[in-house]
Ligand binder design. Sequence first.
Ligand code: APR
Length: 307
Amino acid sequence: MAKISVIGAGNVGATTVQRLAELELGEIVMTDIVEGLPQGKALDLMQAGAIVGYDTAIRGSNDYEDIADSDLVIITAGIARKPGMSREDLISTNTKIINEVSKNIAKYAPSSIVMNVTNPLDIITYTALKATGFEPEKVFGMSGVLDAGRFASFIAEELRCSKKDVEAMVIGGHGDLMVPLPQYTTVSGIPLTELLPEGEITRLVDRTVNGGAEIVGLLKQGSAFYAPSAAVARMAEAVLKDSKRILPASAYLEGEYEQEGIYFGVPVKLGASGVEEILELELSEKQYEILRKSAETIRKVISGLGV
Ligand code: APR
């Protein structure tokens, strides 16, 4: 049976555990630095199994030793945004936390696949790569599935159609410079560009780019977690079932999309070995321009990290 560890038992971590438990993908360990928090939430989630109908074993812990031999480790530890903060404002605190978390992953779960969720996503995923010393295909970040989910939800609302029929694609950095791709977004196979005028699409693209901030502004403390955990569960399932799903993920680029040595969102094939392939799409010159800008910003931050 597979073993999944979720680091961080906060909003994203605990909701992720709930979704994974319901999918019965394997036994789950949830860790946090706060004593009692992961243990209490694990007990609560175990008891929910008797009502919802799942048999997943869930254990809470404050000890890295308990993640030993995990097949998949999901990082959600760190601080979240408050109103007025960008994802970049989280860098110094979250880099320190993820350095420590990653060293322990390398120590106790050296064969695991690592999925990072902590923001700023592309920077922290890079930190996890360096601090674990793992092969790049084994370390990736969750961002595009969430951003594409937001885009798809806005499209379905606008068209008054089922969300189930919308397949959206969003690439680039997980921030103001993400690049929703209307030309690779379809509704039951019909290109979005056939269904909505350009101005309408632009409005939905803008709302997608600011989708996380819109929620932070409403919550006033903390950031989104229902859609993020849904995105994590979809990606975890692809890895644990080796289903080779084509999904956007923050992946380490080695020449793809003109970039080398950084992480940002691209379509990948996701399976038991992690990122098994990166798919290169043709983009418009304007989309490439945003990607270059996004890459430049990420590169600048990385060079200041000293990792
Ligand atoms: N090890 C384990 N857990 C830690 C550590 C650590 N070193 N440091 C902090 N934590 C825990 C906190 O105790 C807290 O329970 O991480 C948890 C974070 O939970 P929340 O504050 O609820 O934040 P959440 O909304 O879950 O977001 C976590 O995911 O989407 C991103 O931007 C978001 O970076 C943020 C992360």
